[in-house]
Write a protein that binds this ligand. Structure first.
Ligand SMILES: [Zn+2]
Length: 104
């Protein structure tokens, strides 16, 4: 699977590269839409966050280390961070769709 920066994936959210994704709880801007891409997992994925809006929390569960992502303002659970060689940042933010709201 190749990483395509401008891949259009989520028809329900429109096809534009403009706009931002905000926290569904507190409205803080978490991601810019232009950083969104799809890896076929069904989860919205991003390769960069907006500013300091996301807190990373190391979890040690089931013998594995995972990085949990939380909103820095309201501490809502957003998803997890994974290493991903396909992205420009070498990481992938795998986000729960219910935690986000799209705003143009
Ligand atoms: Zn929040």
């Amino acid at each position: 699977m190749t990483f395509i920066r401008n891949q259009k994936v989520d028809k329900s959210q429109g096809e534009q590269q403009d706009g931002v994704y905000t926290c569904a709880e507190c409205g803080q801007v978490l991601f810019e839409a232009k950083y969104k891409f799809s890896v076929g997992s069904g989860f919205p994925s991003f390769w960069a966050q907006a500013g300091e809006s996301i807190v990373q929390n190391l979890l040690h569960t089931y013998g594995r280390t995972r990085t949990q992502l939380l909103c820095s303002k309201c501490k809502q659970h957003l998803g997890h961070l994974f290493a991903d060689e396909r992205t420009p940042s070498k990481v992938r933010y795998c986000i729960n769709a219910d935690a986000l709201k799209y705003k143009l």
